[in-house]
Write a protein that binds this ligand. Structure first.
Ligand code: 0WE
Length: 259
């Protein structure tokens, strides 16, 4: 049975009710986990209010700001976890950002600043959060991050994010190898395209989704709940032998050669 009772789970990357991170948080909660949530703070606190209202039904015992570009915020967030929970079991990493101009046009035009920012937020943040989580995962743990096929194959316009995801997937393997002896497992879910705040800002996402509905083996896209259920599996003892893996939750699209 999938049972996460008694486990403390920190979920990053909830922006609104379409966020994949929100789908994951709900499924972890359903399986009995205690939920902690981080949010990206902004000047007016609008984001904080919105996310707080959304996650209220899960009664998160931790709700902390965490801009992963700021080491001090990461440190403070994990001090809160240490103080409130003492132990962390599950870390969900659902963070990515690239400047909009770097998600279209020519990849060769990517700026140094844009490259640095995208890899800082989307790739380095996993390494940094794992480093902060490690001392708190005293009874082992499970780390799950989100990736995309554009980190393995060339997908039009994914451009810089593809490089960030390739780095993220390789980070999963190095982290899994290094943290394995402490029984901390590290895996990624490669989700098919889903309409979210991030993807909706991308031109042509609807055409991509319609194409997928025609060619993917399951003839449909996947839902936040399906990604959430796979995350719950990866966080549970049902997956105790799995680490360092990239699991595709993409209605089968990845297997195709002429799609
Ligand atoms: O990883 C992603 C989205 C990542 C993302 C999206 C944005 C849009 C708005 C990162 N940074 C930003 N920055 C913004 O300003 N996906 C897997 C969704 C996605 O994004 C694409 C896709 C798909 C699918 C971009 C181009 C082509 C396909």
């Amino acid at each position: 049975m999938l049972d996460l009772t008694g486990k403390n789970a920190l979920v990053t990357g909830i922006a609104n009710n379409r966020s994949i991170a929100w789908g994951i948080a709900q499924q972890l909660h359903k399986a009995g986990a205690t939920i902690g949530v981080t949010y990206l703070p902004d000047d007016k606190g609008r984001f904080e209010k919105k996310v707080a209202e959304l996650v209220e039904p899960l009664q998160p015992s931790i709700f902390v700001p965490c801009n992963v570009q700021d080491d001090a915020q990461i440190q403070t967030a994990f001090e809160t976890i240490q103080a409130k929970w003492g132990r962390l079991d599950i870390l969900i990493h659902c963070l990515a950002f690239a400047n909009k101009e770097d998600l279209s046009g020519n990849f060769v035009d990517t700026s140094r600043q844009g490259f640095t920012t995208a890899l800082d937020v989307s790739t380095y943040s996993l390494v940094k959060l794992c480093g902060a989580a490690k001392p708190l995962m005293t009874e082992g743990g499970s780390v799950v991050t989100l990736t995309y096929l554009g980190g393995v194959r060339v997908i039009p316009n994914y451009n810089l994010m593809g490089i960030a995801k390739a780095g993220l997937e390789m980070s999963v393997r190095y982290l899994a190898a290094e943290l394995g002896p402490q029984n901390i497992r590290v895996n990624a879910i490669s989700a098919g395209p889903i309409r979210t705040l991030a993807s909706s800002a991308v031109g042509g996402i609807l055409d991509m989704i319609h194409h997928l509905e025609e060619v993917a083996p399951l003839r449909r896209t996947v839902t936040q709940t399906e990604v959430g259920n796979t995350a719950a599996f990866l966080c549970s003892d049902l997956s105790s032998g799995i680490t360092g893996q990239i699991i595709y939750v993409d209605a089968g699209y990845e297997i195709l050669g002429m799609a």
